[in-house]
Design a binder for this molecule. Structure first.
Ligand code: CAA
Length: 283
């Protein structure tokens, strides 16, 4: 099937990025939020990101205006009815996501593909509440979406090859390199990233190395753009904690168990960059 109109549920950090790259690639886009205030905030953030693209010489003023013209904001889920692809980027709560998938299944045209941007939850659990399991898959983008080149496509045991190839074509048309990942907690990237991040937290917790030395070692020794503690702050310590727990709950392997320090920091509201404090101070 040919994808022309794309729906994005959620206009937070990930949803707005997915909406932006889709509109920039020429798709008609509908983005939704739970209320008008959050929708306005998300749309303003898309505008600001495109403005940054202009400033960096990646986007022209005309392309920015055209992209914004292709994006329609809504707080009414019925507006997804004629989308060919809907990507859910709501908060990481499986029950909420299942509810969204059940609603979309009833509202959307029968050929529409339903995707989730979840970073760790079971895609099959979302597919199972629909009457179109073959048309459900994971489309996991990376933050910041306009800049990161990867898209993980998560194929469940029920996803059809036709759905996978339509999603692949869409991913490539929004400028991403696509990999196919299994529907296991963390897929490929987080399966490898989270043990790495929490091992850095364990080094801090046990007092064996400083945050600066850990980060500098990885930036200079492995050529990563950010060290693991800076990256953990960037991803959000609450998000990293959630992903580790989801992986641990499903697999019961200690390598995924979040360290106590991470839990305490999350309890203290130290979420990293978004809260102004994590392993580093951002105030
Ligand atoms: N549109 C298009 N291009 C843009 C843009 C926009 N809105 N904003 C910036 N860019 C371009 C810039 O022009 C620049 O391109 P060049 O390299 O060609 O010059 C590039 O993007 C980098 O932009 P900046 O100069 O603004 O930023 P930077 O060099 O300081 O890098 C960073 C910032 C991209 C965040 C970098 O530090 C980085 O890659 N960090 C690691 C990020 C990462 O690992 N993300 C994944 C997190 S895990 C996740 O998301 C999944 C999960 O489930 C947890």
């Amino acid at each position: 099937m040919q994808i022309k109109k794309v729906g994005v549920i959620g206009c937070g950090l990930m949803g707005r990025g997915i909406g932006e790259v889709s509109a920039r690639a020429g798709f008609d886009v509908v983005v939704s939020e739970v209320n008008q205030q959050l929708l306005d905030k998300g749309l303003a953030a898309i505008d600001a990101s495109l403005a940054k693209g202009v400033e960096k010489g990646k986007v022209t003023e005309a392309d920015k205006a055209a992209a914004m013209g292709r994006i329609k904001g809504t707080i009414n889920v019925q507006d997804f009815k004629d989308c060919d692809l809907v990507i859910e980027a709501a908060i990481e709560n499986l029950e909420l996501k299942k509810k969204i998938f059940g609603d979309l299944d009833k509202i959307c045209v029968k050929d529409a593909i339903l995707a989730t941007n979840t970073s760790c939850l079971s895609v099959m659990d979302m597919a199972a509440v629909t009457q179109r399991q073959d048309k459900v898959l994971g489309m996991h983008f990376f933050n910041p979406v306009p800049v990161m080149k990867l898209l993980e496509l998560v194929k469940t045991i029920a996803t059809s090859e036709e759905t996978l190839s339509a999603a692949k074509a869409f991913g490539q048309s929004v400028g991403k390199t696509v990999v196919t990942a299994p529907d296991v907690p963390g897929f490929i990237v987080n399966r490898l990233l989270m043990p790495f991040l929490i091992e850095a937290v364990r080094l801090i917790e046990s007092g064996l190395a400083t945050r600066e030395d850990i980060d500098q070692a990885i930036v200079l020794g492995l050529n990563h753009p950010m060290g693991p503690l800076t990256l953990a702050d960037f991803v959000g310590l609450d998000t990293a904690y959630f992903i580790c727990n989801a992986m641990y709950d499903e697999m019961k392997e200690n390598r995924f168990a979040p360290p106590v320090l991470l839990r305490k920091m999350v309890t203290a509201g130290q979420y990293g960059r978004k809260s102004g404090k994590g392993f580093y101070d951002y105030k």
